[in-house]
Design a protein around this ligand. Structure first.
Ligand SMILES: [Mg+2]
Length: 221
């Protein structure tokens, strides 16, 4: 395959997560659903883990069954996540930045896709200092639907002028990332073990390879 683009998920794939996303989910539920949290908290938290990688606003809508409540919870989620990141700092997965530089030196574009909103993603990109290390970033709201739908990947190739999904490598840490890549028709669907889901889950969702982290990706290109 002649690789033209590698599209990376963010949290758990190129950005160290360490439970920050789940803890922000818990804070958001607790703050916005204080009556239901004691009885539904465990079930909601498990759902948030299982659906990791999907659009956050979509996950809240599925769980709370109400667009307005979901919006309020999503705002609380993003505030909590951004303040956690401000406290502990945004830490890249080891090797991610070197990989971006390597890919671009070979003429291969680098894109980021996410389940976060644009404002949260921009905060992360700014804190990481990655504005000039990537070619493009896409959020679910901009592309249409989040994962497991392939909309963000379709938008990325359209913007970057890439004609064949087969020339794209997609890399992520969740089942939803793998499913979106398969639906898109990616040439390689690569799971990493630095995030939410294990090797079995990633393979089941369609990964063509599972590697320890993005630091090992070079060997597959
Ligand atoms: Mg992720």
């Amino acid at each position: 395959m002649s690789v033209e683009l590698v599209a990376f998920d963010v949290a758990g794939t190129v950005l160290n997560d360490d439970g920050l996303v789940i803890s922000a989910f818990k804070n958001a539920f607790e703050a916005t659903q204080p009556e239901l949290w004691p009885t539904h908290g465990a079930e909601w938290t498990q759902y948030a883990i299982d659906t990791m990688g999907q659009s956050k606003i979509h996950v809240f809508t599925e769980l709370l069954g109400d667009v307005e409540k979901a919006h309020t919870a999503n705002v609380a989620f993003e505030e909590s996540y951004v303040s956690e990141i401000a406290e502990v700092g945004a830490v890249p997965i080891a090797g991610a930045e070197d990989l971006f530089k390597y890919l671009r030196s070979k003429g291969i574009a680098v894109a980021l896709t996410t389940g976060f909103s644009r404002s949260t993603l921009d905060t992360l990109i700014h804190q990481l200092g990655w504005k000039d290390l990537i070619d493009l970033s896409v959020t679910p709201g901009e592309a249409g639907r989040g994962r497991p739908h392939p909309d963000m990947l379709n938008m990325a190739i359209e913007v970057l002028g890439i004609t064949h999904p087969a020339n794209v490598i997609v890399c992520g840490d969740t089942a939803a990332d793998m499913q979106a890549a398969v639906a898109f028709g990616a040439g390689q669907v690569i799971g990493v073990l630095t995030g939410a889901h294990d090797e079995h889950t990633l393979h089941d969702a369609g990964a063509t390879s599972v590697i320890n982290s993005v630091a090992d990706l070079k060997t597959l290109i």
